[in-house]
Design a protein. Structure first.
Lengths: 389, 204
């Protein structure tokens, strides 16, 4: 395994800057339970290489709304300059943005995931937890007020999946040492931050566009971990439903909180970024606080458009890759299966009379519980479909 | 007994030697690097199947040695002639004068890692050059793909739904992404040819 310094040297590849040593590793998203991968200790990142400076901007959100926070993040990313080879300037510093935010309890799925497979949709409704599809890749996470999210935006040619995670590990490990706690964080092969017992404390996801990229991740400080099993799909009886189809599948990991306060985490993170990416004489540095009230009218218009998109059924559920959703009865025999593409029912297979007569009217409707239930007669199935779809 | 042992020695030695060969030579029917000392003792036909490796499929004998099918070290290391390239690492092939086939280059697909999902554009959509026409997901990263030309999307590669790995295995063949009917062929002139693209990769 190459050292972080060597990896970072490799990571200065243009365009994507991916760790070349990773290319032949096994697929990250195959579901292997509790994958204990090789763990890399954090290293001081300023020892043997020249410090690369950036024009660092730090934003902290005061809002707890996941819709606002994700939309603001998207807005910051849209505004972030695209550093392509023809705009490269050696005199001016490239920009780097750090955005920190906390959401109230919500489940966030990756861009190409299947919500019916990854989450317990019924349970989400019962607990009144919103489901949101984000724009970056990766798996499903549960956010709540004990979890702080960090988002780092960088030029495309300095994209590195682990750089900022390693920076956080170094900074947090110093805090733990100072407090006499035995927690030691490191970054594993799946780009997660794990503690000394290989429990995940932070997951990451990335988005790459022309000339720019962002890396955002969670950080479990004091999160309600018991809610995970209630809301995410591992707990739903697989004798009742099954989902088949392409799309990214989440990889399950044991998780743990690191137990420090929000304030300490935020301050540590900002101090670490400042130390690493700016010179100490930068007195003009300030943290910008944002929320729904402090944004300008023009910003508000754009952000509201993204909020509407994130709240729409078409984006959250309708943009799921084509799949087959089977409802089972009794001894796991399939009773009815729906083939759904782009949120519309393409085909229906069932040997039950409750569905066979209505096949024509069901095919072509949107895959929403109320819509499908209104087209059949059986009360029992109406109830079941309304809850489960 | 020693005859069988010799075959085993030759086959493992062959695998070790071939894994160090450049890709083009791996698919050669005959590997002339063994010393005569080994070869003359073991000429029977059982050796022959080891040599016949199709260029298009990953070698199964090699994957047994490594224990895993390696998509990334597939057969498309070099960038083909006759295609046009962009700085965003997309390639374009022109069919019938105004039908452009678009994909991402082997360089890009290697850098991205194992592709697990490809978001395809919708057929019939009208595209302007520089607009995103989909995205590729690999290692938790969603990367946008941009169209180098303007036109209408008339076909997308449905195979990528079930087999997103084609983008890694055959970025220039079965891993194509979409076909666009171009209106304005002057946009093609600003794209790079193979040599310029190789220079671009090497210099950046």
């Amino acid at each position: 395994m190459k050292s972080p310094e060597a990896r970072r040297a490799l990571a200065s590849f243009p365009g994507f800057g991916i760790t070349a040593s990773r290319r032949n590793k096994s697929r990250d998203t195959i579901a292997t339970p509790f994958s204990f991968s090789f763990r890399r200790q954090s290293n001081s990142s300023t020892t043997s290489k020249q410090k690369k400076l950036y024009d660092l901007e730090v934003y902290i959100s005061r809002s707890r709304s996941p819709y606002f926070n994700l939309s603001y993040e998207d807005y910051l990313f849209k505004r972030f300059p695209a550093y392509t080879s023809y705009t490269a300037s050696s005199t001016q510093l490239s920009k780097k943005i750090l955005f920190l935010y906390t959401n109230y309890r919500s489940v966030i799925i990756g861009r190409n995931q299947n919500p019916w497979r990854e989450t317990n949709v019924q349970s989400l409704r019962r607990h009144n937890v919103p489901l949101i599809r984000r724009k970056s890749g990766g798996g499903t996470v549960l956010h709540d007020e004990g979890n702080v999210n960090y988002s780092v935006m960088m030029p495309g040619n300095s994209f590195d999946r682990d750089e900022h995670a390693l920076l956080l590990c170094t900074a947090l490990n110093a805090v733990f040492r100072q407090r006499g706690e035995e927690t030691v964080l490191s970054v594993n092969e799946r780009h997660d931050i794990v503690d000394q017992k290989a429990r995940k404390v932070s997951g990451s996801a990335y988005k790459l566009q022309r000339g720019k990229a962002y890396h955002h991740g969670t950080m479990l400080l004091n999160s309600r971990l018991d809610m995970l099993s209630k809301l995410l799909h591992h707990s739903v009886d697989s004798r009742l439903e099954s989902v088949e189809g392409p799309g990214v599948q989440s990889v399950r990991s044991p998780v743990s909180n690191i137990g420090i306060s929000d304030e300490l985490f935020v301050n540590t993170t900002i101090a670490a970024f400042r130390r690493e990416y700016t010179t100490s004489s930068d007195n003009a540095f300030r943290v910008r606080y944002v929320d729904e009230d402090s944004i300008t009218k023009e910003e508000e218009q754009e952000i509201n458009k993204t909020i509407d998109e994130l709240q729409s059924w078409e984006w959250t559920f309708g943009s799921t890759p084509k799949f087959v959703h089977r409802f089972l009865v009794g001894d796991s025999t399939p009773a009815v299966s729906f083939t759904v593409k782009e949120g519309t029912i393409l085909d229906l297979e069932s040997n039950l009379p409750e569905f066979m007569g209505y096949k024509d009217s069901i095919i072509g409707t949107a895959y929403r519980g109320a819509d499908v239930a209104s087209r059949i007669d059986s009360e029992r199935w109406k109830q079941r479909l309304i809850e489960a779809i | 007994m020693s005859y069988q042992k010799n075959i085993l020695m030759v086959s493992t030695r062959l695998a070790a030697v071939r894994s160090r060969l450049p890709v083009a030579a791996r698919s050669a029917k005959f590997v002339p690097l063994l010393s005569n000392r080994f070869y003359s003792k073991t000429t029977p036909k059982t050796i022959a199947p080891l040599f016949t490796v199709s260029r298009n499929t990953p070698s199964t004998s090699l994957s047994n040695v490594r224990g895993r099918r390696s998509y990334i070290n597939g057969s498309d290391e070099e960038t083909p002639e006759g295609l046009r390239y962009t700085e965003e690492h997309e390639w374009l092939a022109l069919e019938d004068g105004n039908l452009a086939v678009i994909g991402i280059t082997g360089y890009a697909s290697k850098a991205l890692g194992d592709v697990v999902y490809v978001e395809l554009p919708s057929v019939g959509a009208s595209i302007v050059a520089g607009e995103p026409i989909g995205a590729v997901e690999s290692v938790k990263s969603a990367s946008d793909i941009y169209s180098p030309v303007s036109g209408e999307i008339i076909e997308v590669n449905e195979q990528l739904d079930k087999k997103p790995g084609l983008v890694n295995a055959e970025p220039y063949r079965r891993g194509w992404i979409c076909k666009i009917l171009i209106k304005d062929t002057t946009e093609l002139e600003s794209m790079m040819d193979n040599n310029r693209y190789q220079t671009f990769i090497a210099s950046s």
